[in-house]
Design a protein around this ligand. Sequence first.
Ligand code: ADP
Length: 794
Amino acid sequence: MAASAPPPPKKRRIGVMTSGGDSPGMNGVVRSVVRTAIYKGCEAYAIHEGYEGLVNGGDMISPMHWEDVRGYLSKGGTLIGTARCKAFMERPGRLKAAKNMILKGIDALVICGGDGSLTGADKFRSEWPSLIEELVKAGELNAQDIEPYKHLNIVGLVGSIDNDLSGTDATIGCYSSLGQICNAVDSVFDTAASHQRGFVVEVMGRHCGWLALMAAIATGADYVFIPEKPPSAGWEDQMCNIITKHRSRGKRRSIVIIAEGACDENLNKITAKQVNDVLANRLNLDTRVTVLGHTQRGGTACFYDRWLSTMQGVEAVNAVLEATPETPSPVITIRENKIERSNLMDCVALTKSVAKAIEAKDFDRAMHLRDVEFSDYFESYLMTISTDSPKLRLPENQRMRVAIVHVGAPAGGMNPATRAAVAYCLTRGHTPIAIHNGFPGLQRHHADQPLGSVREVKWLDADPWVNEGGSEIGTNRGLPSDDLETTAKCFELYKFDALLLVGGFEAFAAASEIRKGREKYDSFKIPLIVLPATVSNNVPGTEYSLGSDTCLNTLLEFCDNIRQSASSSRRRVFVIETHGGRSGYLATMTGLAVGALAVYTPEEGINLHMLARDIEYLRENFRNDRGASRAGKIILRNEKASETYTTNLIADMIKEEARGRFESRAANPGHYQQGGKPSPMDRIRSLRMAIKCMEYLEDKFTGVTKQACADDPMSAVVIGILGSEVVFSPLGGPDGLEATQTNWKERRPKSEFWFPMRDTVDILSGRPKADDTCHECGKVYVDNRLGPVISRSS
Ligand code: ADP
């Protein structure tokens, strides 16, 4: 007689699991899946310890409630556990897993793990019909038990620090890990320079060199070893030549980064020790090996991983709910700034083909399979270590004098971007010229003084900017229109052939003024490129500005720490004021990453209703908490969200209304938000974007006359990330950014890509929506902020 399963649950049950190697951000996935599932009228279950939990069943598969995932975003590792499970590799293990799923009433699984875990997931789904049939045949379950579970839904999320899955730009955890590596190398950087030492740093990555390459870019390492692009025979000479050259130019430290899976062209392993010996023996360098090991896995998730895990978790639940029996299992991926669904098995197969290509010594194919950007990054990195290689120089008549200016407030990434542009110019034979202290600096120029504000940049000066925050050449808010005449004269005097403007909305406005000034001044008829760099991320034509990631990470740290500070007193609300000008981007994204209870932005403003509702929600929240969560709660308010309801006033109102049940405090991180050293993402994107700008100049404007340049709308552009692509958008013309995308009054883009994400912040923190309930009749409206809801949860 077959054992019978309990009747199927009334609501859909979605299981969430973390599997394989842990990675920062996995907790963000669990929080997001659990809360989105509940919000959408489903039940959420956690499967503990990866596939072990599925195979063993019982208490290892347990229901998750809204409150259970409180505080998850700021915790490292995975709180529901992970394991490597041998039993699941064999069919009998998977048979047990299938039975446990049915006994628990679960018919959909969201699995966050690496390619191994996702391979297992796909195998499980493809075997599912035969597994449940076998359970009936073996008398483990009745035929009617399996009836509601004919189709298993599986959605994959890629949690891995290596960024080794093909088909996605980033995996959950890779940027946090890169952050750990960069911190370590930055520290080594200082001691290396002090003692004129060499360091060989080994980082994780058995088949994938992403961490090693990105760490090399972000720290300005002298040489890198990655498995996909092994060095050719004689690499010892090549490495020693490069390092000797760098040293002879005055560089005091030498850093080599090596992926743990590094090998030579014949697949012979290259070890950190071997590289160390080469440097010590041939160059007589005092060299040390640093193996970073498991520190790379740890730590709390950085902003990007919290954002990615949250948004992908929402998308995973949507994918579960939209799946039909015919839909192939998806994996949630990201391309530039766009979250997408891809075919799980295709991505896993592609990933495996990289390892196969390496095994077959087909390294070009391995690089190609990894993805286009990866090889672009590699080529760009080579540019920065070969600034004096004559092979890459252009003929004299194709060389340009490229001016670089910083405009507006400093932002992380300005220095590394300038360094990358300088490296490109020097490698190709162009002349990089820095305009010091922005346009006012140019307008105050002293042509007769050797140290005037317009100076050619030497590599030795620019090289250390790789990890420096702020702006080394000086930035200023002043605009060309402050003295257009002198600005034009200087363009002529210094014979600028092109101008790269690095900065925020002011850089955009400055480029627009110069573009319009072309009618009057011939010297302005040169290509102009704006490379957005501002913490506010409010430049039309891009969804990402350099410096915004650094700022978000700084704010995240501030919020995590301040929240922690409340743990002894409990019951405390912090109202934190953020920068951002008239754009709510920073406040909203920080809110998403720290799980803020409410976010106030200039776009939405603040009104009494909103405050009353939020205070009521706070009361309810503290009531339900029953002391379970010791950490404080956070409300974020953009600096310009309201003229009346200031940060202090809101904090006071909360205190007053709390009637002693909880306290509140205002906090303002102020200029601390600009951050110290740029984040790894800002550093690597600086390189990539700046080099794309330089290539654009070369490709489109070499040998083009001044008039032809002025007539081409693509000669004044913003480089930006829009959705899944990096694009150059024209400033002028009827379809240009100035006319169609710019809200000049509020100094932000007309349509802000991030705006819909504010709903996600509210929903996942449980904040009620303003128009949820009709205040007059009490009717509850269906809230479809995250797409259709199956049924409203209680
Ligand atoms: P990662 O997911 O980080 O790549 P692993 O490769 O160790 O980590 O895989 C994690 C778990 O996924 C394994 O312990 C095993 O339970 C399961 N798994 C991996 N590969 C398979 C497979 N081919 N078939 C079934 N299960 C698998």
